[in-house]
Ligand binder design. Structure first.
Ligand code: CTP
Length: 399
C-alpha cells in the first residue's frame, strides 16, 4: 500500500517515542522507506541504535553535521520525502512549528520542507488542554498541517484524558489516506465559504444566514480527492474543513484580498454568501441613541469577487464555479447570473425559507453550465459536495 513512498519521521522527545519503533516496523512492512530524524530529547526515550536498526537507515540528529551537509543537506533531506510525520509531536515541537522556530535539525527541516506534514501529538492532558497548545494547534491546522490523535485514555504520568499519541496503526491509516493519489492530486483549488460581516460601527454589523456548511463540505470533498485546498471563510458557524489551508476573513473586502492573494489556482469554488453592500458610513465609534433622530445608513457596493476572478480566468485553463442563492425563478435567475458573472458553472439553489436549505443539512441544486441546467436530487450537503468535487475532477481532466 505504501510501496515506493518515503516517510521522513521526526521523533520528538516524549514517552510515546517508544511507539515509533512499532510505527517504523509497520511502515516498512507496507513497503515504505523511513528516514528517521530524532531530537535530542527523543534520544532520552529511545536509542538512535534501535531506531536505525528498525528503519534500516541511519538516524539524522545534528543540524551541524558537516559530512552529511556534503552528502545530503538538510534542505534536501526535507524534500525527498512524500510525507513528513512528527511523532510524538510534543507541546514544545508544536509550539516551535506554529511559530516558525528552527533551532535544531528537526525544526529546521520542518521549516525548510514543502512536503505535506502530519503530526501525532502526545503530551500530558493539562499540557494538551493549555490555551497555548490549543492556539498552536489551531495555527498548525490553519497552515495545512494534518493532525492524527491524540487519543483519550490513561497516561504514562498517571492522569486520564486526551493526550495519548495515536496508535501506530492509526498513524499508518492516516498517512496512507494522506498519500493516496486522488484524481485532484497536485491541483490547487480555492473555496470561499460562509457569510461576510459588514460593520455598521465597532459593535454592530450586517450579516446573512449562511452557515458555511456547504462550503466546508466542498472543501472536505475536494481534499478527499487529493486537491490542495485553500479555504477562505467568513465568520461561519460550521466546523472548518480538515487538512486544508484556512484563511479567516470578516468583510467582503477582506475576502476579496485573500482570494487575490491565493491566485493562481486550478479551480475556484465560490460558495460564500458575500454581502453585496457594505455600510459606506460605518462609524469608528459606537453609534449612540440620540433623541428624535434615527441613524441613516448609506451603502457602497462591495467588489464582486466571483466576477473579478472569472474575468481574470478568461482564456486560461481552469474552472470557475459560482453559487446562486435564489428565492424565485431559480433556473432563470441563475442562468442569467452565469452570463453576468462570466463563470463556467453556477450551482443554483433555492433558499426560500420553506426549503430549509440555508443553515440546514440538505441541499437541492441545479448545475448550470454552457450545456444547460441539470437538476440534482435533494441530498445531504456532503453528497452534493462529493458529486460536485467529482464533476470538478472530470472537468479538469483529472477524473
Ligand atoms: N459573489 C462574490 N462576490 C460578491 C457577491 C457574490 O464572489 N460581492 C459570489 C458568491 O460567492 C456566489 C455568486 O457570486 O458564488 C452569486 O452570489 P449572489 O449573492 O447570489 O449573487 P449576486 O451577484 O449578489 O446577485 P443577486 O443578489 O442580484 O441575486
Amino acid at each position: 500500500m505504501l510501496t515506493g513512498k518515503r516517510i521522513l519521521l521526526i521523533i520528538g522527545g516524549g514517552i510515546a517515542a517508544y511507539k515509533c519503533l512499532d510505527l517504523i516496523r509497520r511502515l516498512r512492512e507496507r513497503g515504505a522507506a523511513v528516514t528517521p530524524v530524532m531530537t535530542r530529547a527523543a534520544e532520552e526515550f529511545v536509542t538512535p541504535l534501535s531506531v536505525s536498526a528498525l528503519a534500516g537507515e541511519e538516524v539524522h540528529r545534528d543540524l551541524f553535521d558537516l559530512t552529511k551537509e556534503a552528502e545530503m543537506g538538510h534542505i534536501q533531506l526535507s524534500r525527498v520525502a512524500d510525507l513528513v510525520v512528527v511523532a510524538p509531536a510534543t507541546a514544545d515541537l508544536m509550539g516551535k512549528m506554529a511559530n516558525g522556530l528552527a533551532s535544531d535539525l528537526a525544526t529546521t527541516l520542518l521549516m525548510a520542507t514543502d512536503t505535506p506534514v502530519m503530526i501525532a501529538p502526545a503530551m500530558n492532558v493539562r499540557m494538551w488542554d493549555h490555551p497555548a497548545t490549543q492556539r498552536n494547534l489551531a495555527q498548525l491546522v490553519a497552515d495545512g498541517v494534518a493532525v492524527v490523535g491524540p487519543n483519550e485514555g490513561d497516561m504514562a504520568c498517571g492522569e486520564y484524558g486526551p493526550g495519548r499519541m495515536a496508535e501506530p496503526m492509526e498513524i499508518v491509516a492516516a498517512l496512507s489516506d494522506a498519500l493516496s493519489d486522488g484524481p485532484l492530486k497536485g491541483r490547487k483549488i480555492l473555496v470561499t465559504s460562509g457569510p461576510t460581516h459588514e460593520p455598521i460601527d465597532p459593535v454592530r454589523y450586517i450579516a446573512n444566514r449562511s452557515s458555511g456548511s456547504q462550503g466546508t463540505a466542498i472543501a472536505n470533498a475536494l481534499r478527499a480527492l487529493g486537491a490542495d485546498v485553500i479555504f477562505v471563510t467568513g465568520p461561519a458557524e460550521a466546523a472548518r474543513p480538515d487538512g486544508v489551508k484556512i484563511v479567516e476573513v470578516e468583510t467582503a473586502r477582506d475576502m476579496h484580498d485573500a482570494v487575490m492573494d491565493a491566485l493562481p489556482v486550478d479551480a475556484g469554488v465560490f460558495a460564500a454568501a458575500v454581502a453585496d453592500w457594505r455600510v459606506a458610513s460605518a462609524s469608528d465609534s459606537k453609534i449612540k441613541k440620540t433623541k428624535g433622530g434615527l441613524p441613516v445608513l448609506e451603502f457602497a457596493e462591495n467588489p464582486d469577487i466571483l466576477a473579478k476572478v472569472s474575468q481574470l480566468a478568461k482564456g486560461r485553463p481552469g474552472l470557475v464555479v459560482g453559487f446562486a442563492a435564489e428565492t424565485d425563478d431559480v433556473v432563470e435567475n441563475a442562468t442569467s447570473k452565469r452570463q453576468r458573472k462570466g463563470c463556467d458553472w453556477i450551482v443554483a439553489n433555492d433558499v426560500s425559507p420553506e426549503t430549509g436549505i440555508m443553515g440546514g443539512s440538505e441541499n437541492a441544486v441545479v448545475l448550470i453550465s454552457e450545456d444547460g441546467a441539470e437538476s440534482w436530487p435533494r441530498m445531504g450537503k456532503a453528497e452534493v459536495a462529493k458529486a460536485l468535487a467529482e464533476r470538478i475532477a472530470s472537468a479538469l481532466g483529472a477524473g
